[in-house]
Design a protein around this ligand. Structure first.
Ligand code: GUN
Length: 287
Protein backbone atom coordinates (compact mmCIF):
# COMPACT_ATOMS: atom_id res chain seq x y z
CA UNK A 1 0.00 0.00 0.00
CA UNK A 2 1.27 3.43 -0.85
CA UNK A 3 0.24 6.42 1.26
CA UNK A 4 -1.96 9.20 -0.03
CA UNK A 5 0.25 12.26 -0.61
CA UNK A 6 -1.18 15.38 1.03
CA UNK A 7 -0.66 18.23 -1.44
CA UNK A 8 0.09 21.21 0.81
CA UNK A 9 0.89 23.42 -2.16
CA UNK A 10 -2.59 22.97 -3.66
CA UNK A 11 -4.39 23.23 -0.31
CA UNK A 12 -2.48 26.45 0.53
CA UNK A 13 -3.34 27.92 -2.90
CA UNK A 14 -7.04 27.20 -2.23
CA UNK A 15 -6.81 28.84 1.20
CA UNK A 16 -5.17 31.95 -0.26
CA UNK A 17 -7.88 32.24 -2.92
CA UNK A 18 -10.59 32.09 -0.20
CA UNK A 19 -8.66 34.58 1.88
CA UNK A 20 -8.42 37.04 -0.99
CA UNK A 21 -12.23 37.16 -1.16
CA UNK A 22 -12.46 37.70 2.60
CA UNK A 23 -9.89 40.49 2.43
CA UNK A 24 -11.90 42.13 -0.34
CA UNK A 25 -15.07 41.95 1.79
CA UNK A 26 -13.18 43.37 4.79
CA UNK A 27 -11.93 46.19 2.52
CA UNK A 28 -15.53 47.36 2.10
CA UNK A 29 -15.34 48.50 5.74
CA UNK A 30 -12.78 51.05 4.51
CA UNK A 31 -9.53 49.40 5.56
CA UNK A 32 -6.91 47.11 4.01
CA UNK A 33 -5.14 44.69 6.39
CA UNK A 34 -1.39 45.40 6.68
CA UNK A 35 1.48 43.06 7.59
CA UNK A 36 4.89 44.37 8.68
CA UNK A 37 7.88 42.02 8.41
CA UNK A 38 11.18 42.78 10.14
CA UNK A 39 14.27 41.12 8.70
CA UNK A 40 17.65 41.48 10.42
CA UNK A 41 20.93 40.59 8.67
CA UNK A 42 21.68 38.63 5.51
CA UNK A 43 20.61 35.04 6.17
CA UNK A 44 19.80 33.80 2.63
CA UNK A 45 17.03 31.39 3.71
CA UNK A 46 15.31 34.15 5.74
CA UNK A 47 15.54 36.53 2.77
CA UNK A 48 13.80 33.94 0.56
CA UNK A 49 10.99 33.46 3.12
CA UNK A 50 10.51 37.20 3.60
CA UNK A 51 10.27 37.79 -0.16
CA UNK A 52 7.67 35.01 -0.48
CA UNK A 53 5.69 36.46 2.46
CA UNK A 54 5.70 39.96 0.94
CA UNK A 55 4.59 38.70 -2.49
CA UNK A 56 1.76 36.54 -1.11
CA UNK A 57 0.61 39.36 1.20
CA UNK A 58 0.19 41.69 -1.78
CA UNK A 59 -1.39 38.91 -3.90
CA UNK A 60 -4.01 38.44 -1.16
CA UNK A 61 -4.93 42.12 -1.44
CA UNK A 62 -3.20 43.20 1.77
CA UNK A 63 -0.52 45.81 2.41
CA UNK A 64 3.05 44.66 2.99
CA UNK A 65 5.57 46.73 4.95
CA UNK A 66 9.15 45.47 4.92
CA UNK A 67 11.85 46.61 7.37
CA UNK A 68 15.35 45.37 6.61
CA UNK A 69 18.01 46.09 9.21
CA UNK A 70 21.73 45.35 9.26
CA UNK A 71 23.18 42.46 11.30
CA UNK A 72 24.76 45.01 13.70
CA UNK A 73 21.45 46.64 14.69
CA UNK A 74 21.12 47.13 18.46
CA UNK A 75 18.44 45.73 20.77
CA UNK A 76 17.29 49.31 21.48
CA UNK A 77 16.87 50.11 17.78
CA UNK A 78 14.81 46.95 17.26
CA UNK A 79 12.69 47.63 20.35
CA UNK A 80 12.01 51.16 19.05
CA UNK A 81 11.01 49.79 15.63
CA UNK A 82 8.60 47.31 17.25
CA UNK A 83 7.08 50.13 19.33
CA UNK A 84 6.65 52.25 16.19
CA UNK A 85 4.87 49.35 14.46
CA UNK A 86 2.72 48.73 17.57
CA UNK A 87 1.57 52.37 17.36
CA UNK A 88 1.03 52.40 13.57
CA UNK A 89 -2.71 52.13 12.89
CA UNK A 90 -2.18 50.72 9.35
CA UNK A 91 -0.18 47.76 10.70
CA UNK A 92 -2.39 44.82 11.78
CA UNK A 93 0.32 42.18 11.96
CA UNK A 94 3.99 42.26 12.99
CA UNK A 95 6.38 39.44 12.20
CA UNK A 96 10.02 39.47 13.30
CA UNK A 97 11.81 36.92 11.13
CA UNK A 98 13.83 34.35 13.09
CA UNK A 99 16.63 33.51 13.65
CA UNK A 100 17.94 36.80 15.05
CA UNK A 101 21.67 37.50 15.52
CA UNK A 102 23.09 36.16 18.82
CA UNK A 103 23.50 39.63 20.41
CA UNK A 104 19.71 40.19 20.23
CA UNK A 105 17.49 39.02 23.09
CA UNK A 106 14.75 37.44 20.96
CA UNK A 107 12.47 36.67 23.93
CA UNK A 108 12.44 40.31 25.04
CA UNK A 109 11.84 41.52 21.48
CA UNK A 110 8.99 39.09 20.74
CA UNK A 111 7.38 39.99 24.07
CA UNK A 112 7.44 43.66 23.05
CA UNK A 113 5.14 43.01 20.07
CA UNK A 114 1.54 44.08 20.78
CA UNK A 115 -0.29 40.73 21.37
CA UNK A 116 -3.15 42.03 19.17
CA UNK A 117 -0.66 42.27 16.25
CA UNK A 118 1.35 39.12 17.06
CA UNK A 119 0.54 37.18 13.87
CA UNK A 120 3.31 34.64 14.65
CA UNK A 121 1.54 33.75 17.90
CA UNK A 122 4.84 33.83 19.81
CA UNK A 123 3.83 36.33 22.54
CA UNK A 124 3.23 34.75 25.99
CA UNK A 125 -0.30 36.25 26.02
CA UNK A 126 -1.16 34.36 22.83
CA UNK A 127 0.53 31.16 24.07
CA UNK A 128 -1.64 31.46 27.21
CA UNK A 129 -4.80 32.11 25.20
CA UNK A 130 -4.10 29.05 23.05
CA UNK A 131 -3.48 26.91 26.14
CA UNK A 132 -6.74 28.07 27.77
CA UNK A 133 -8.85 27.67 24.62
CA UNK A 134 -9.49 31.42 24.20
CA UNK A 135 -10.71 31.92 20.62
CA UNK A 136 -9.03 35.35 20.43
CA UNK A 137 -5.63 33.60 20.37
CA UNK A 138 -3.37 34.28 17.44
CA UNK A 139 -1.73 30.84 17.18
CA UNK A 140 1.56 29.92 15.49
CA UNK A 141 1.21 29.46 11.75
CA UNK A 142 3.05 26.17 11.15
CA UNK A 143 0.99 24.25 13.75
CA UNK A 144 -2.23 25.74 12.31
CA UNK A 145 -1.13 24.52 8.88
CA UNK A 146 -0.41 21.01 10.24
CA UNK A 147 -3.91 20.74 11.75
CA UNK A 148 -5.48 21.88 8.47
CA UNK A 149 -3.54 19.23 6.52
CA UNK A 150 -4.53 16.49 8.99
CA UNK A 151 -8.19 17.51 8.81
CA UNK A 152 -8.07 17.50 5.00
CA UNK A 153 -7.64 13.71 5.34
CA UNK A 154 -9.52 13.03 8.60
CA UNK A 155 -11.99 15.79 9.51
CA UNK A 156 -12.62 14.35 13.01
CA UNK A 157 -9.45 13.56 14.94
CA UNK A 158 -11.33 12.76 18.18
CA UNK A 159 -9.65 10.02 20.20
CA UNK A 160 -6.61 9.69 17.93
CA UNK A 161 -3.26 9.20 19.63
CA UNK A 162 -1.02 11.96 18.25
CA UNK A 163 2.73 11.83 18.81
CA UNK A 164 4.52 15.15 18.28
CA UNK A 165 8.26 14.83 17.78
CA UNK A 166 9.88 18.06 19.00
CA UNK A 167 9.12 20.46 21.86
CA UNK A 168 9.91 23.89 20.38
CA UNK A 169 7.87 26.96 21.31
CA UNK A 170 7.28 27.58 17.59
CA UNK A 171 5.97 24.15 16.56
CA UNK A 172 5.94 21.26 19.07
CA UNK A 173 4.30 22.90 22.10
CA UNK A 174 1.60 24.92 20.29
CA UNK A 175 0.84 21.98 18.00
CA UNK A 176 0.26 19.77 21.05
CA UNK A 177 -2.25 22.36 22.32
CA UNK A 178 -4.07 22.49 18.98
CA UNK A 179 -4.24 18.67 18.82
CA UNK A 180 -5.71 18.64 22.34
CA UNK A 181 -8.29 21.10 21.05
CA UNK A 182 -9.15 18.51 18.38
CA UNK A 183 -9.74 15.92 21.15
CA UNK A 184 -6.57 13.93 20.44
CA UNK A 185 -4.60 12.10 23.11
CA UNK A 186 -1.25 13.85 22.77
CA UNK A 187 2.28 12.73 23.54
CA UNK A 188 5.21 15.12 23.05
CA UNK A 189 8.45 13.25 22.38
CA UNK A 190 11.90 14.88 22.24
CA UNK A 191 15.61 14.17 22.25
CA UNK A 192 15.48 12.71 25.78
CA UNK A 193 12.43 10.49 25.21
CA UNK A 194 13.08 6.76 25.68
CA UNK A 195 12.05 4.17 23.07
CA UNK A 196 10.82 6.78 20.61
CA UNK A 197 10.33 4.21 17.80
CA UNK A 198 8.07 2.04 20.01
CA UNK A 199 6.12 5.14 21.07
CA UNK A 200 5.56 6.17 17.44
CA UNK A 201 4.29 2.66 16.60
CA UNK A 202 1.32 3.35 18.94
CA UNK A 203 0.41 6.61 17.13
CA UNK A 204 -2.51 7.24 14.79
CA UNK A 205 -0.93 10.61 13.94
CA UNK A 206 2.79 11.41 13.87
CA UNK A 207 3.99 14.98 13.42
CA UNK A 208 7.76 15.22 12.99
CA UNK A 209 9.25 18.58 13.99
CA UNK A 210 12.57 17.48 15.44
CA UNK A 211 15.00 19.00 12.91
CA UNK A 212 16.64 15.60 12.30
CA UNK A 213 16.92 14.54 8.65
CA UNK A 214 14.97 11.35 7.89
CA UNK A 215 14.78 10.40 11.56
CA UNK A 216 11.35 8.71 11.33
CA UNK A 217 11.79 5.31 9.68
CA UNK A 218 9.23 3.08 7.97
CA UNK A 219 9.10 0.58 10.84
CA UNK A 220 8.18 3.37 13.33
CA UNK A 221 4.79 3.83 11.67
CA UNK A 222 1.57 1.93 12.34
CA UNK A 223 -0.21 0.89 9.11
CA UNK A 224 -2.63 3.60 8.01
CA UNK A 225 -1.27 6.32 10.35
CA UNK A 226 -1.22 9.98 9.25
CA UNK A 227 2.26 11.47 9.01
CA UNK A 228 3.01 15.20 8.86
CA UNK A 229 6.60 16.21 8.17
CA UNK A 230 7.55 19.71 9.39
CA UNK A 231 11.30 19.21 8.80
CA UNK A 232 13.26 21.05 6.14
CA UNK A 233 16.86 19.83 6.10
CA UNK A 234 19.40 20.58 3.38
CA UNK A 235 21.71 17.60 3.11
CA UNK A 236 24.60 16.66 0.84
CA UNK A 237 23.68 13.71 -1.37
CA UNK A 238 24.84 12.30 -4.72
CA UNK A 239 27.41 15.09 -5.17
CA UNK A 240 24.81 17.86 -4.69
CA UNK A 241 22.33 19.09 -2.13
CA UNK A 242 18.81 17.85 -1.47
CA UNK A 243 15.96 19.02 0.75
CA UNK A 244 14.69 16.25 2.99
CA UNK A 245 12.24 16.23 5.86
CA UNK A 246 12.42 14.60 9.30
CA UNK A 247 10.70 11.54 7.80
CA UNK A 248 12.30 8.88 5.57
CA UNK A 249 9.66 9.50 2.91
CA UNK A 250 9.92 6.39 0.69
CA UNK A 251 9.99 3.95 3.62
CA UNK A 252 7.10 5.64 5.45
CA UNK A 253 5.01 5.82 2.25
CA UNK A 254 4.79 2.02 2.30
CA UNK A 255 3.02 2.05 5.70
CA UNK A 256 1.29 5.38 6.31
CA UNK A 257 -2.30 6.13 5.27
CA UNK A 258 -1.32 9.66 4.26
CA UNK A 259 1.87 11.72 4.33
CA UNK A 260 3.06 15.23 3.49
CA UNK A 261 5.97 15.64 1.08
CA UNK A 262 9.00 17.92 1.56
CA UNK A 263 8.93 20.35 -0.12
CA UNK A 264 5.26 21.03 -0.96
CA UNK A 265 3.67 19.86 2.30
CA UNK A 266 3.68 21.98 5.46
CA UNK A 267 5.86 24.82 4.08
CA UNK A 268 3.26 26.54 1.86
CA UNK A 269 0.65 26.26 4.65
CA UNK A 270 2.74 28.36 7.05
CA UNK A 271 2.53 31.48 4.88
CA UNK A 272 -1.16 30.87 4.11
CA UNK A 273 -1.87 30.89 7.86
CA UNK A 274 0.28 33.97 8.38
CA UNK A 275 -2.07 35.76 5.99
CA UNK A 276 -5.12 34.27 7.78
CA UNK A 277 -3.75 35.50 11.11
CA UNK A 278 -3.22 38.98 9.65
CA UNK A 279 -6.88 39.14 8.59
CA UNK A 280 -7.97 37.78 12.00
CA UNK A 281 -5.88 40.46 13.74
CA UNK A 282 -7.34 43.17 11.47
CA UNK A 283 -10.90 42.02 12.21
CA UNK A 284 -10.27 41.86 15.96
CA UNK A 285 -8.64 45.29 15.97
CA UNK A 286 -11.65 46.69 14.11
CA UNK A 287 -13.74 45.46 17.02
N1 GUN B 1 11.72 31.49 10.86
C1 GUN B 1 11.38 30.23 10.48
N2 GUN B 1 10.05 30.02 10.67
C2 GUN B 1 9.56 31.16 11.18
C3 GUN B 1 8.25 31.56 11.56
O1 GUN B 1 7.26 30.81 11.49
N3 GUN B 1 8.14 32.83 12.02
C4 GUN B 1 9.20 33.66 12.12
N4 GUN B 1 9.00 34.88 12.61
N5 GUN B 1 10.42 33.32 11.77
C5 GUN B 1 10.59 32.08 11.29
Amino acid sequence: MSARIIDGKAIAAGLRAELKEKVEAFGKTGRTPGLAVVLVGNDPASAVYVRAKARQTVDAGMQSFEHRLPEVVSQDQLMRLVETLNDDFAVDGILVQLPLPPHIDATALLSAVDPAKDVDGFHPINAGRLATGDTRALSPCTPLGCIHLLKSVEPDLTGAHAVVLGRSNIVGKPLAQLLLGENCTVTIAHSRTRDIADLCRTADVVVAAAGQPEMVRGDWIKRGALVIDVGINRIARDGGYRLVGDVAFDEVCDRAGAITPVPGGVGPMTIAYLLQNTLKAARQRSG
